[in-house]
Design a binder for this molecule. Sequence first.
Ligand SMILES: O=C(O)CCC(=O)C(=O)O
Ligand SMILES: [Fe+2]
Length: 321
Amino acid sequence: MTNALPIVDISAFLNNGSLEEKRKTAKSLHDACVQFGFLYLKGHGLSIEEMAEIRTLSKEFFDLPEEEKQAISISKNDLARGYQKLGQNITLYAQDWHEGVDLYAPVDDDHIIKKRGLKTLAGKNPQPPRPPNFSKIVDEYVLKMRKIGMATMSAMAMGLGLDERYFDKYMENSFWVMRLIGYPPLKKVDNVGISCGEHTDYGCLTILNTDETTGALQVLSKSGEWITADPIPGHFVINIGDMVNNWTNDLYKSTLHRVIHTKTNYRVSVPFFFEPNFDAVIEPLPICVEQTGGKPKYEPIMYGDHLLSKVTNNFDVSDGK
Ligand SMILES: O=C(O)CCC(=O)C(=O)O
Ligand SMILES: [Fe+2]
């Protein structure tokens, strides 16, 4: 299992580089998305220390006493935002072996979720008193990720032969999701075989920030073998989700991946899911349909509906209090 994923430098899109630089970036992103749907991102502007800060915050939270963590449980909130203990997250009907804090874009009173009278996602992100500055660090990180996400979508638009601003209208009110994830090592006594079961991500772009643990994140290659996506210091791992898959009519595949963490350390990863606006309607782009046999393979879908269908299947809230 070698690490074969490509590296893309996004600086030209973040710093308004020349057209030539942008074209080069767009081409390398395009090739990475067609071949793997997974890549490493550099030139994103965050230092190694800035990347570490959010992981340190996550670890400090997971180190708190269980009842302090349970105080922000998703079951006490809107069944989506907040803490999930070990084994509470479900992928493909199987229990995952990680704990996590899920945070989502805020919803105001006239958001569709509120108008539909839904409970799921209708709450507020938790603001735990400890670790100190939790919400401030999270909010700052979200802003940085949205900027990187927007730049990457611009490069993607150019790589697809569209205006570089094409995706802006679909992404400007991004219904982003962020997860702080802690993975204890898998042990035979726990009787759980996998840390996070194989899945594709359901949105647009995942910007993943992991600690230095190797061998844990694995990506299914086109030839059907699992390749490890080991961290490269100072790089994010980016992968595309189902909505980009639909937009591109399968030209860019959302790639199956999983986590099997058998080393002895406690692993931390922080994926930021840069997602479309809740009400964005995603359907195959004509320019991609042309290149993929001439027939759209997907019906139009509102991103928020797709998200809700996923969120309501993924959590075991049977211990709801
Ligand atoms: O922890 C990781 O490296 C990946 C997590 C993941 O795939 C996810 O949360 O969707
Ligand atoms: Fe994932």
